[in-house]
Design a protein around this ligand. Structure first.
Ligand SMILES: [Zn+2]
Length: 81
């Protein structure tokens, strides 16, 4: 399955996402958000431009349908913003 992602930082469309932000791991959002990045430069830039690192890690990880561990975003439908 080839899924087209849109980079959250530069808006480029690309295939085979390896890097993404997942709101599972911090307490900023109370819903699941995935933000794909086209590569390491945009993933790094995201850490600079966003404030998500200022929020504590979510512990314990929440349970439920929308909080399943995601290991690959290329074969699933995800919500972004
Ligand atoms: Zn990008």
């Amino acid at each position: 399955m080839t899924k087209l992602h849109t980079c959250y930082v530069c808006n480029k469309q690309f295939l085979n996402a390896i890097y993404w932000y997942d709101s599972l791991f911090d307490t900023k959002y109370d819903k699941r958000i995935i933000r794909p990045f086209c590569g390491p430069p945009c993933a790094n830039k995201y850490r600079e431009i966003s404030d998500v690192n200022d929020y504590p890690q979510r512990r314990p990880l929440p349970r439920g349908e929308q909080w399943q561990i995601i290991t690959d975003i290329n074969s699933i439908d995800y919500k972004t913003d």
